[in-house]
Design a protein around this ligand. Structure first.
Ligand SMILES: NC(=O)c1ccc[n+]([C@@H]2O[C@H](COP(=O)([O-])OP(=O)(O)OC[C@H]3O[C@@H](n4cnc5c(N)ncnc54)[C@H](O)[C@@H]3O)[C@@H](O)[C@H]2O)c1
Length: 438
């Protein structure tokens, strides 16, 4: 962890103890602040009080336990306790997609209403949830409307850029911190809180901060869809997308990150944030057709992948498919909008039988697909299967004994949705290997 401790500690409240709120609360406590996290989910809070982290996130449980013991971190379901404890209140509640793609701000609005009704003195309210532009203004209005006493609220937009799977590391080592606000003293206080990170802090307006988050995620997703578009050409003309991506990415103006061809993006952020940004564009009569195409390419990518599995197996009816990896990315148990869901659904529709394995995400996936077969390890999954389909690039899948795998599978076929496995070695062993754009 590279953030150093501050010599000025604050009392912080965090509303919503999910992936973002819990990491924010635990890391701010780790830096020496006193933090109270509140959540409406009683089961979650009961677990957290005992030092048990309800999600899988490397390094998180350790700092939660440490700071619980040091009494710098507390968990509660009583929002009044948190609101009156924090001089700064972080809102980290979910902002899921509505049916039409726009962001559902009801959790955020409810949290703002509660803060307003309960606050007994002035508060800095920091919006960390990802929200459409102009939400900070709306939140300020709600705070003023529901406030009973003569209390001032200063709203700051402070979007979060952590990635699940490396959330603690990302929170502690951000590339930049964005702070959007109007009141100079509130901005100064939040900057002070982040001073130990020693990274660029961009001070801006709430509107710009809100757009920065949506635009960042949309740009990264655009890179992914772009490379997938090029990968589909590579396949047709016998070029190799890995070489092409490297050749593009070594140009410093472009960079190599987010140029891995595969089955496209998923997760709780990219799909919903891009849809929400498109809606923002529509609302303000801006043409966001580029982002609509990004989504279309992403959806098409899963279908093309299933078609590849179907083609290499000469049909899917009654074929047994070993699906390795269910989480939307490695090192997390999160399956929200995971590509695995769509791919398994398409495979089942075409009559395939699914055996599945993931080191952390099987309990979550059981809630969506209770009737597929879940296995204890990759070998059990691969035994007597017609094909291995790699969906999530967990490190343990690269370390498999592929000679043994070849012996236990019914057919030696690997379809690699992430171009992750050692292609040439697998072909030497005798596998039919199918990647994306190679
Ligand atoms: N997950 C990520 O990788 C990530 C990264 C950056 C930004 N974000 C954004 O951060 C926000 C939170 O995402 P998340 O993944 O942590 O969501 P999450 O669903 O894991 O957590 C949200 C939590 O808020 C709680 N909650 C809802 N209303 C509440 C209320 N009134 N009082 C107290 N608790 C309440 C829920 O019970 C839940 O535990 C979203 O806007 C998301 O887009 C997420």
């Amino acid at each position: 962890m590279s953030a150093s401790k501050s010599d000025y500690f604050m009392n912080i409240a965090v509303i919503g103890a999910g992936y973002v709120g819990l990491v924010t609360g635990a890391c701010l406590a780790e830096l020496g602040n006193n933090v109270v996290c509140v959540d409406i989910d009683k089961r979650k809070i009961n677990k957290l009080k005992q030092g048990k982290v309800p999600i899988y996130e490397p390094g998180l449980e350790e700092i939660v336990r440490k700071n619980l013991t040091r009494k710098r971190l507390a968990f509660t379901t009583k929002i009044e306790k948190a609101v009156n404890f924090g001089e700064i209140i972080f809102i980290c509640v979910g902002t899921p997609a509505r049916k039409d793609g726009s962001a559902d701000l009801s959790y955020l609005e409810k949290a703002a209403e509660q803060i307003a009704k309960l606050a007994k003195d002035n508060k800095i309210v920091v919006i960390k949830s990802t929200v459409p532009v102009l939400t900070a203004r709306k939140v300020h209005k709600i705070l003023k409307q529901h406030s009973k006493s003569n209390v001032e609220f200063y709203v700051i937009s402070n979007p979060e850029f952590l990635r699940e799977g490396s959330a603690v590391k990302d929170f502690m080592n951000p590339d930049r911190i964005v702070i959007g606000g109007i009141n100079k003293e509130a901005i100064r206080k939040v900057c002070e809180l982040y001073r130990p990170f020693n990274v660029p802090i961009l001070e801006t307006t709430p509107e710009s901060a809100e757009i920065i988050k949506h635009a960042s995620n949309s740009f990264l997703a655009t890179k992914i869809s772009f490379i997938n578009m090029v990968a589909n050409l590579c396949e047709k003309v016998n070029a190799n997308i890995k070489d092409v991506a490297l050749g593009i990415g070594l140009d410093k103006r472009i960079g190599t990150a987010f140029l891995n061809a595969g089955i496209g993006f998923g997760g709780s952020c990219f799909p919903k944030d891009i849809e929400a940004f498109i809606k923002v564009g529509e609302k303000h009569r801006c043409n966001f057709a580029l982002l609509k195409e990004v989504i279309k390419i992403n959806v098409r990518q899963r279908k093309l992948f299933v078609k590849k599995i179907e083609d290499v197996l000469y049909g899917l009816e009654n074929k047994t498919i070993a699906v390795l990896g269910l989480a939307f990315k490695p090192n997390t148990d999160d399956i929200r909008k995971a590509p695995a869901i769509e791919i398994i659904r398409l495979l089942l529709d075409k009559g395939a039988k699914i055996k599945a394995y993931d080191p952390k995400a099987m309990d979550n996936m059981r809630k969506i697909f209770p009737h597929i077969q879940y296995c204890n390890n990759p070998y059990e999954t691969l035994a007597n299967s017609d094909a291995m389909v790699l969906i999530t690039e967990w490190e343990e899948f690269k370390k498999l004994n592929f000679e043994k795998v070849k012996k236990i599978m019914k057919q030696a076929i690997i379809i690699d949705g992430r171009n992750y496995l050692p292609h040439n070695r697998l072909e030497r062993i005798g596998f039919t290997y199918v990647g994306v754009g190679i």
